[in-house]
Write a protein that binds this ligand. Structure first.
Ligand code: C5P
Length: 223
């Protein structure tokens, strides 16, 4: 199938790790499986695919160009350097905060009872930057992993981040989200009422459905 022939698809996947000191980091829970499934299926549908991956333990899908990064700042640079693209899909669980300072020597425990206060600063929002970039892809799709009120948060993100689509999934339930091989997503589209549900199914099947939906949306908008 060559539904995405001639299109360049840029996907992010996995977590980012924000280093505190040489031995410790802050990160999000993410296996990267959904993003890798999207890259794999986009390549199978004929797209030229660039996959920017945080630290994950997954093999590179066939016919996909993979760029490995560790931090949100590195992911931002790799994504921006990979534009232009026709579709951007931000499936990475990018850390929202990073330590304001990196300690080049491992932080030691002081007194028995002493805690440690870490100062955090916000990372740059990659998705929002792509959606507002001069070389904005024609379809920008974000992911939203929520534990509750999925719909309200997803709709809010669609507007706030200037997205075309947002794929929301419930986390914290069995057989969905994080480390699972399966997923269910609810896709909200700018300018359209209601939502599309893809799954419950394997992340590969969910990925294919989302890409087919994006291809359809793209041709509707062009036609
Ligand atoms: O607002 P929230 O972080 O939940 O939004 C999730 C979406 O935003 C995901 O698509 C994620 O890849 C993206 N994101 C990003 N850069 C950040 C934080 C989130 O691209 N710093």
């Amino acid at each position: 199938m060559s539904l995405l022939q001639g299109l360049r698809v840029l996907v992010t996947a996995g977590p980012t790790y924000e280093d505190i000191d040489p031995a410790r980091f802050i990160g999000n829970r993410s296996s990267g499986k959904m993003g890798f499934a999207l890259a794999d299926q986009a390549a199978k549908l004929g797209a030229e695919v660039v996959l920017v991956a945080g630290p994950v333990n997954l093999t590179t899908p066939e016919n996909v160009t993979r760029i490995d990064v560790r931090s949100a700042a590195q992911m931002y640079d790799a994504v921006m350097a990979s534009l232009p693209a026709d579709f951007y899909i931000g499936a990475a669980a990018v850390a929202d905060f990073r330590p304001a300072r990196y300690a080049s020597i491992k932080i030691k425990k002081q007194d028995e009872d002493d805690g440690l206060t870490l100062e955090l600063e916000q990372t740059q929002d990659i998705l929002k930057s792509v959606a507002n970039a001069e070389m904005r892809p024609s379809l920008v799709c974000g992911f939203a992993a929520e534990t509750h009120e999925v719909e309200t948060y997803a709709q809010g993100k669609l507007d706030r981040k200037n997205l075309d689509l947002i794929a929301a999934n419930r986390v914290g339930i069995e057989n969905s989200g994080f480390e699972s091989d399966n997923n269910t997503i609810y896709v909200f589209t700018r300018g359209l009422d209601g939502k599309q549900q893809f799954g419950p199914a394997s992340k590969y099947d969910v990925a294919r459905s989302l890409l087919e939906y994006m291809a359809q949306l793209q041709s509707q908008r062009q036609g």
